[in-house]
Design a protein around this ligand. Structure first.
Ligand SMILES: CCCCCCCC/C=C\CCCCCCCC(=O)SCCNC(=O)CCNC(=O)[C@H](O)C(C)(C)COP(=O)(O)OP(=O)(O)OC[C@H]1O[C@@H](n2cnc3c(N)ncnc32)[C@H](O)[C@@H]1OP(=O)(O)O
Length: 226
């Protein structure tokens, strides 16, 4: 894989050498396209991801992790309403129909919305491992424009785990599950405890979530991760 001047630090995040920066151009660097890659490559001691014994069988729907989630929640009219299905191993599929509310240019999906669809699909993989994790890094490629009304056929798989770091990749095809790839992403998710949400989320939503028995059930299922 081509590597630019970015160097991996001992934390896995890359540092751009001073001499690599473009001076005199406001906000610009000559950061190469490959700059993000080092932290998305599993370290040598990474292991293969393992499915939780209670993970849904291949073909089963995973269900939303939170009713108000923009990606998977059913409670938001303009959300993506992504419904991920377990696949073999630690992998999932999902479909997303691009709505007029998701436009960037006339008649085309907004790139940020497509990145969200990839992020959500990747995030749902963690349910198969019963790990609570948040996106640390998401690198997306947009290969084809995605028209409003199209169905994006998404698939994602977890590739490796190293401590709290979870490596995964996803792609979205249009025109059918075997159609051309329109978007793809590689991601690094970081495992967190439930208190990541309870300590950082706005209190009114946290209170509402904690008094919703269905939500508490989801949170408990994560907590009994062996
Ligand atoms: C009953 C009530 C409760 C309800 C709960 C319901 C259940 C919910 C269940 C499931 C929810 C899932 C939701 C999914 C939604 C879709 C996915 C999203 O959009 S998530 C949102 C966007 N992401 C963030 O908001 C993260 C913001 N960032 C952070 O909070 C921190 O930076 C965090 C937690 C990611 C890491 O912080 P640190 O202090 O814990 O850990 P450090 O030491 O910094 O990192 C650990 C390792 O990861 C690497 N790392 C971290 N961030 C990195 C990055 N950006 N790039 C490269 N490496 C990174 C570090 O270099 C370190 O590596 P080395 O262990 O030293 O090898």
């Amino acid at each position: 894989m081509a590597r630019g001047p970015a160097q991996a630090t001992d934390t896995g995040r890359e540092r751009i050498p001073r001499k690599g920066r473009v001076s005199g151009v406001s906000g610009a660097t000559n950061r190469p396209e490959s700059a993000g890659r080092p932290s998305l490559t599993p370290p040598p001691d990474a292991t293969a991801p393992a499915r939780h014994p209670d993970a849904p069988a291949p073909g089963e729907l995973l269900g939303a992790h939170y009713d108000q989630c923009f990606g998977c929640g059913e409670g938001l009219p303009h959300g993506l309403h992504l419904a991920a299905r377990a696949d073999e191993g630690v992998s999932v599929t999902a479909e997303f129909t691009v709505q007029p509310a998701h436009q960037g240019a006339p008649g085309l999906a907004h790139g940020g919305v497509l990145a969200t669809a990839l992020d959500e699909t990747l995030g749902s993989l963690n349910w198969l491992r019963r790990a609570i994790a948040v996106t640390g890094r998401l690198e997306s490629d947009f290969l084809r424009p995605v028209p409003v009304g199209s169905v994006l056929y998404l698939s994602a798989r977890c590739t490796a785990v190293a401590g709290r770091k979870i490596y995964s990749s996803a792609e979205g095809r249009i025109g059918g599950p075997d159609g051309p790839v329109a978007v793809r992403a590689e991601a690094l998710f970081i495992e967190v405890k439930l208190d990541h949400f309870t300590q950082n989320g706005r209190p009114e939503e946290i209170r509402a979530a904690m008094s919703d028995p269905d939500q508490v059930k989801v949170a408990r299922a994560f907590e009994v991760n062996p």
